[in-house]
Design a protein around this ligand. Sequence first.
Ligand SMILES: [Zn+2]
Length: 147
Amino acid sequence: MNHAHFMHAALEQARLGRAEGGIPIGCVLVRDNEIVATGRNRRVQQDSAVLHAEMDALETLGRRPGAWYDDVTLYTTLSPCPMCAGAILLYGIPRVVIGENTSFMGDEAHLTARGVSLTVLDDADCRQAMTEFMRDEPRLWFEDIGR
Ligand SMILES: [Zn+2]
């Protein structure tokens, strides 16, 4: 697994989302060392209540049998919130690689307690994308995390 390569792809999704006027969080799903789905936070673009990057990637992928997810690694630029952590647990995705959890700490304790393997890259580019967004669009950010 080339974490840097796949996280770069997730960050490209984040930047694309920001260029669309959205929230700069991106995600890719990887299986057999290939990207099988990409996603980005599209709450603004789609006027959606639930399209966080992880949800968008899962939805883009579409339906799969449960066991199919056993070989998936989810890359996300930001620590997964409770909704996305719930989806990760629902589908039994065993590995999550996180760009950073400094700007926002998601529900990592819940994932770890349920046996999901977490790797935090502490990626400076992912962190910069979020800190700039939080500074420029605080209301949009708080809305995204339900506050
Ligand atoms: Zn989320």
